[in-house]
Design a protein around this ligand. Structure first.
Ligand code: PA5
Length: 469
């Protein structure tokens, strides 16, 4: 497994392929390399100075032991694992599960090495009630992993309060500690207080690691380990990528090249970044990437306090599904996007297409081919079509999808984000705009101390009839 790699392929952004108007010339690439080299040093120095603690997650042996021990302890009694969390406390868990466990994981016991997994990352009452109706008579075999770094997120807190009541009413208060694992700040916050008070089993969101950079901590590792994913290989893949993205040689550093190409296009009217996996397993990694890219890079001010309002817009698409939905726009609409395909050289499964019926000889060209071959041919075909229209395309090429390559991918994109943030000269790691939305929710829900904010929101909450059509 350890030999599998991912690589970034960037020939299809070059002028040689898509011309000088939209492509990058050799001279431009050399300039980009020169400009980026000091940023590589800066990112490496920030890492050494402890400013980016997410970089050290692949080496946290203690966390891995703790996660494995807890998973071992709970696995036998657990038929359903339910993650309560949102944003960085959910998207990584979903991405790992989709990538590394079979499509029918939750439905087919034979395809499931551990419990079913449900990640409830919303507060839609219809959705949650439907789930609660299903789970209510299985609570003693269900573990709820509530994940919130701050503990103050209204969505996760309200889900938790609903589940807490359900557990108390059904199994009795003394059983809360058997059914809940809290993943939160090691020392402070509402969830930490509740967990300590109820003597819940806990795991830690490490200090200085923001939600969207936390998938390789206990946040993502616990549900992965419970569901049979090899977390050692996941972290080994990330550590492998760590070496590559630390290289001071621009042309050997995939994160530096990835960020620099994205930055180059952002400054040339291609502010939209489409990630399009040609693999169902990789589909939720683009959701995870969307948050990472958007929350980290969408910022009002630069580090000197100038108003810059920067941020590429990440868009997710899925091949081949979205060929029949988005590609018309991608080819003939404005040339304002950079495309990143995710492609798997060797799909884990070989599935042969059946023979064509006699009365449909026009389907004979498909017969006997492998479905994975069709999927990859469609990727190449779509890329070819986009290149014809001078659209720049990158590909992240996976030898295979396995925990090792997924670990590499996660680490590659986290560090790419750090590079891009440095290029934009912004704070990559805060999310002040999300915080205002959280506060406004508190105000609307009547939390003490938010009365002034509630007043400010009033003009928005009042629906005026004259504008209803
Ligand atoms: O990346 C982030 O910091 C956010 O998306 C958070 O993960 C999200 O808002 C949930 O926050 P918390 O884990 O504090 O409940």
């Amino acid at each position: 497994m350890a030999e599998s790699k991912i690589n970034l392929y960037y020939k299809n952004v070059t002028a040689e392929i898509i011309g000088t108007e939209h492509g990058i010339t050799t001279e431009q690439l050399d300039n980009i390399a020169e400009e980026t080299t000091p940023i590589i040093t800066q990112i490496n120095t920030e890492r050494k100075d402890g400013k980016t603690p997410y970089r050290d997650l692949p080496y946290k042996k203690e966390t891995v032991e703790q996660v494995k021990e807890l998973a071992e302890q709970l696995k036998d009694k657990c038929e359903n694992l339910v993650v309560l969390g949102i944003g960085g406390s959910a998207l990584g868990n979903i991405a790992l599960q989709t990538a590394l466990n079979p499509f029918m994981h939750n439905l087919d016991q034979n395809q499931r090495p551990g419990p079913r997994l449900f990640v409830l990352d919303n507060v839609d009452p219809d959705q949650l009630s439907s789930f609660l109706d299903w789970v209510v008579d299985k609570l003693d075999k269900t573990i709820f992993n509530v994940i919130s770094k701050s503990g103050r997120t209204a969505e996760t807190a309200s889900q938790f309060l609903i589940i807490r009541k359900l557990l108390i009413d059904t199994l009795g208060p003394e059983n809360l500690k058997n059914q809940i694992v809290a993943t939160t700040d090691p020392k402070q916050g509402t969830l930490r207080n509740i967990a300590d008070d109820l003597k819940l089993k806990t795991l830690e969101v490490p200090d200085g690691v923001g939600g969207r950079f936390s998938v390789l901590s206990a946040v993502g590792l616990f549900s992965a380990a419970m569901c049979g994913i090899d977390i050692d290989q996941l972290l080994a893949g990330a550590a492998d990528m760590d070496k590559r993205v630390s290289s001071e040689d621009f042309f050997k550093n995939p994160a530096a090249i990835n960020a620099a190409i994205n930055y180059h296009y952002y400054n040339r009217d291609k502010k939209i970044s489409v990630m399009m996996p040609y693999s169902y397993a990789l589909k939720d990694l683009s959701d995870w990437y969307r948050q990472l890219w958007a929350e980290s890079l969408g910022k009002t001010k630069d580090l000197s306090g100038n108003v810059v309002n920067v941020g590429p817009t990440p868009v997710k698409a899925l091949g081949t599904t979205d060929q029949h939905s988005q590609v018309q726009l991608y080819r003939e609409g404005p040339n304002d996007k950079l495309y990143t395909f995710l492609q798997v050289k060797n799909p884990n499964t070989k599935l042969e297409i059946g023979p064509a019926p006699e009365n449909a000889p026009e389907l004979a060209f498909l017969a006997g081919s492998e479905l994975g071959n069709l999927l990859n041919s469609e990727k190449t075909a779509t890329e070819f079509a986009l290149l014809k229209d001078k659209r720049p395309c990158l590909t992240v090429l996976f030898d295979k999808v396995n925990p090792y390559t997924i670990g590499q991918f996660i680490y590659l994109y986290e560090v790419t984000t750090s590079f891009a943030g440095a290029m934009f000269n912004i704070n990559t790691y805060d999310q002040p705009a999300v915080e205002l939305g959280k506060d406004a929710t508190f105000a609307l829900m009547g939390k003490d101390g938010y009365e002034q904010l509630a007043k400010q929101i009033q003009p928005v909450t009042k629906i005026e009839d004259k504008f209803l059509v």
